[in-house]
Structure formats: structure tokens, C-alpha cells
Design a protein around this ligand. Sequence first.
Ligand code: PMP
Length: 483
Amino acid sequence: MAEGACGESPAAHEGILRRQSARESSARTYARALPIVPVRARGLTIEGADGRRYLDCLSGAGTLALGHNHPVVLEAVRRVLDSGAPLSVLDLATPVKDAFITELFRTLPPGLADRARVQFCGPAGTDAVEAALKLVRAATGRTGILAFTGAYHGMTAGALAVSGGAPDVQVARLPYPQDYRCPFGVGGPAGAELAARWTASLLDDPKSGVPLPAGMILEPVQGEGGVIPAPDDWLRRMRQLTADRSIPLIADEVQTGVGRTGAFWAVEHSGITPDVMVLSKAIGGSLPLAVIVYRDDLDVWQPGAHAGTFRGNQLAMAAGTATLAHVRENGLADRARRLGARMLGQLREHLGAFDCVGEVRGRGLMIGVELVDPEEAEAADAGPATGDGHAAPTGWERTRSPLPAAPALAAAVQRECLQRGLIVELGGRHAAVVRLLPPLTISDEQAAAVLDRLADAVAAVNRDQQAHGPHHRRRHGPAQRAG
Ligand code: PMP
């Protein structure tokens, strides 16, 4: 295409990036690590203004269940545009909204579907989190909230307060179970059991300093926290603990919903029914939409108790209806489960040998590779300093003593991926987890290409680390390490 009309050419690409860094806020994030200028996109593929093509495993931070510009989504949006329907209607009833609610309720876990109420919030996930927190506070008359280490629920004040990075007096923080960096040093079912016991003891000890809370909020798989799937048993324990004490359980499925983890909703893996579900991202079929769904007896709101101008985005509802129906009708959650398990297995096989890979984990098409400091790995693999012939630690032993996170290596892998035409996200407590969130429509061939490029990128970083890393310098040039 000729330069000008759509700003496409290597020069236009450079100019747009230059103007972006001059004019946009320094709070910008993805744009720093991914200096691309998307001009066209279809499915898994994005084309940049410079003509380069990329496989997009960021998917709008997990928003694009069907990839970019899926025909059923485009068709649904066009239908609304061509019909002359209003595009923004606050919370008025419309046929478009009616169809969305019908399709959404069809997908809900059975225990909730029969007695569900839906509330349309402001357009972002964080708006729905705010609504959920307010709702359980209104319904219980209590104020405290139980939340988990490593959680991410959004960037508005209430959502930030229940996220892992921000302390808040009304929020009690509980350990989220994890194998690789288990806070109890044991991992596996034993670590999850200890995490559950800690939660129970906090609730039952009258002197724990944690009064009976208004609700508990959790992600069935922590996404931004580093792709950490909650064990099903632990989730059932959280459901039991909260139900026994009349504490509403809020499942934040903003990122895990709509088939992403291999079930339509991630809570289905454990069979639990939450009292409140927070939904956004994929439910809008790539356009902004956020809702909470909750059991009718929690519906204590006064009219106008929670409002917002942009609750009535008709294009997002139409795109969302098309997406939900397409995922359901085509069994894409099941496809995500099978393909995700295969990709996880292949990644473990291909990356497990690299010292800079601490763990490969995930559920469905939510996959993470945690990068760690290989220098520490080499020290550990060398065996005890006494040289008494102990074997190098096995994977399990290394799991119990996680190596330090390596954010610089993760960033290097992201750069190497981009050079190979693959877009990946970074996440995790230390931004050391390379994340894959491909669309559920990814083909087997595309999945193989993604894995090839990622494995190649990790190999390159590993090679570079061995050639130029601090360990190499220490062994081969001690003076360079002095000081
Ligand atoms: N909850 C979860 C689990 C999320 O992953 C996110 C976004 N990554 C949010 C809430 C916040 O959504 P938004 O960025 O749309 O406000």
C-alpha cells in the first residue's frame, strides 16, 4: 500500500513511534517493550506499519478469545451499525443487550445461572471489581475484604487495594498457593493445604486481627501474578470456608473467562459456584465491556447505587454475544484445554533443559515460563561445596528452592521473540514470567510456530547469558567482577 493514506512505511512507522514517545504519558507500558505500529490484524497475526508480521500471543492482554477481527465478531458489529440502532444507551433495555444477557446466562455455572442478576458496570475490568466490592459490602454490612498475595484486580482505588502490590487496612492478605515459590517451602498439595489452614485459622481466631469480612476475592488462575493456577482442592476449600461463614466469594474471571483456561469459566474446573463473578475482557469480543454476575439474594442495591455513563456499549454487547456463542458452539474451551496441555508439555520438554528456566506452568491457553538466574542454577548444579559426590538437585528439589527471578532475562526473551515475529507478554511478581495468551482459535500449525520461536528465543538468551553473563566473567575474568 502506498505511504500516506494509512501511515504505512518504515519511515511512517518510525515517525509514529517517535511522536508517541514525545507525546504520550510515561505511564505507558506495552508500548515500551513492543515498538510496533499495528495497522492490520486477523486472527493470531498482526501486521505493522513497517510491513512486518507478528504472531500475537498478547491478544490485547487476553481480550481476544477469537483473535483479531474474527468474521463472526465483525459481522455482529456490522449488523448493529447497519440497523440504525443507537450505539450508547446508558442502562436502557435494547434487543442487543437482551441477546447478550441471554447468551451470557446460558454459559454460567449451573448454581448461578438459575438465580443470576447481571449488572453492567463502567467499561473496564477494574470497574466491575469496584462494583463487586461495593456490592458485598452493601449486602453484608461489613467492610473488610480477604484477598491474596500476587493478586491483580485492576488500577482503580478499590481494585488496587485488593491487588498484591498495595497494602490497605481493610484488606487482609492471604497466601495464594503456588508450587515454585511456595511461601511454606513445600509446594504441591501440602503447600495448598497449609495456605488453606492459614486462611481458616485467621477467620476462626477471635484475636487474629481480621474481623468477619464482607467478601473474599480471588482469581482462579492468577494471570498478572505470574500464571499461577489455583489447585482445584484449594478452591473448593475456599468455597467451603467462605460458605460456612456466610462470606460472599467473588471470582475474578476477567482474564480466565470465556474458555481461556480450558473450561468456559475457570471455576468450573473445581466445580465451585461463586456468589459473585467479575467478567470483562473477552466478554466484549475485543470491545470494552464489564459486568458482575451475582446471586439474586445479594441484590441489595438501591437504584443508582452504582452507575456509570458507559454501561450501554451496544457494539461491545453485539461483539460479545457473537464471541460467547462462537466459543460455546465450537467447543473452544475444550480445544484450549487440549491444545494448552500439549503446548505445556512441549514447552517443558524444550525449555526444561535451560538453566535460566525455573518453571513452565499454566492452564489451558494461559501459559507462563518463569526466567531465573542461571548463575545460581549452575552453583546449585555443581553440588555441595564439600564435593562429597552428592548428585545435582533434581527438578523437584529445585522446585523447593526456587532460584532468584530474572526480569532482565525475561525482557531479553521478549525482545528476542519480537525479533522472531512473536509478541509475548511479561508478568509475575518480578516481571520475570514470559506469558502466552494466544486466541482460542489458534491452529496446530500456528501453535507449533509459536513454540518454535519462543524456544529459539530462550535458547538465544541462554547462549548469550553463558557467553557474556556474570558467571562467565567470574570464571574467566575475575577482575571484571571486582566490586
Ligand atoms: N482482574 C484481572 C484478573 C485482570 O487480569 C485484569 C486486567 N489484567 C483486571 C481485573 C483489570 O481489568 P482492566 O485492565 O480492564 O481494568
